[in-house]
Design a protein around this ligand. Structure first.
Ligand code: DX5
Ligand code: ZN
Length: 240
């Protein structure tokens, strides 16, 4: 699995190392699963007005998760329509075929679920070789130790604080213990995804997460206001 030589790449300079450059800062971004797909660029702009530092792009295949969402063509349209880094979360079985397409679309990071991948090392190396940051997404009952030997090939870890597949689910409180365990294992940035609100953001930040993905909590109201509330709640919990 290799990207074709000279394949077009929309990725913009300056946003290639979003996770690696965080330096302990708390950042938030919208999960566009909860946005209006007929007005996607505008909905991303609204979250950006509220201080969003990235866009979280959920791809689902109706196999790995029981839902179907968006894929590379939408990513290719969204990347040039925003100056925010676009982070692709692949909830798909065997993402090998899709990764080169997401790289060509210009996303700046890609996370995969270890259960959905046959050769994790190879997949992570492919993501990095394509110029994006590589992440692993951990389901609620997937042990942190699963990725112990993958840590050198990772740029971030995405802790699923709900079961993947749908927005609007309730945050699973036990996941704060998993974040703490991961914090003991590694200094890699920890992102959280699922049920993140201004109320749950402080819990995950206190546990060690720094990247807050929020879908329904952002788009259920005025996206700029709601995005800002979540980011500020997280930043307060980090003491900044
Ligand atoms: C869950 C997705 C999430 C989802 C989060 O499968 O990975 O990104 O959109 O939505 P909320 O914030 O509503 O839980
Ligand atoms: Zn997600």
């Amino acid at each position: 699995m290799r990207r074709g030589a000279g394949a077009p790449n929309n990725r913009k300079g300056g946003s290639l190392s979003f996770f690696s450059d965080l330096d302990g800062r708390v950042v938030g971004g919208p999960s566009i699963l909860a946005a209006d797909f007929a007005n996607l660029a505008e909905d991303v702009r609204k979250a950006r007005d509220g201080g969003a530092g990235f866009v979280h792009f959920d791809a689902m295949d109706n196999h790995y998760v029981p839902n179907l969402s968006i894929g590379p063509p939408v990513a290719a349209s969204l990347v040039p329509a925003t100056d925010l880094p676009v982070d692709a979360h692949l909830m798909v079985d065997n993402p090998d075929n899709l990764i080169p397409m997401f790289l060509d679309a210009g996303v700046t990071s890609i996370s995969v679920h270890p259960e959905a991948v046959t050769h994790l090392h190879c997949v992570l190396e492919t993501i990095r070789a394509g110029g994006a940051e590589a992440g692993v997404a951990l389901n609620p009952t997937t042990p942190p130790e699963t990725i112990e030997w993958a840590l050198p090939y990772l740029d971030f870890i995405l802790v699923l604080t709900v079961n993947p597949g749908f927005g609007g689910q309730a945050f699973i409180p036990e996941m704060t213990r998993k974040i703490r365990r991961l914090r003991e294992m590694t200094g890699l940035p920890i992102a959280v995804d699922g049920g993140i609100t201004a109320e749950t953001a402080p819990l995950v930040v206190e546990a060690g997460a720094r990247v807050l993905v929020a879908g329904s909590a952002v788009y259920r109201g005025d996206p700029a206001t709601e995005m800002r509330k979540i980011i500020e709640a997280g930043q307060r919990a980090a003491g900044g």
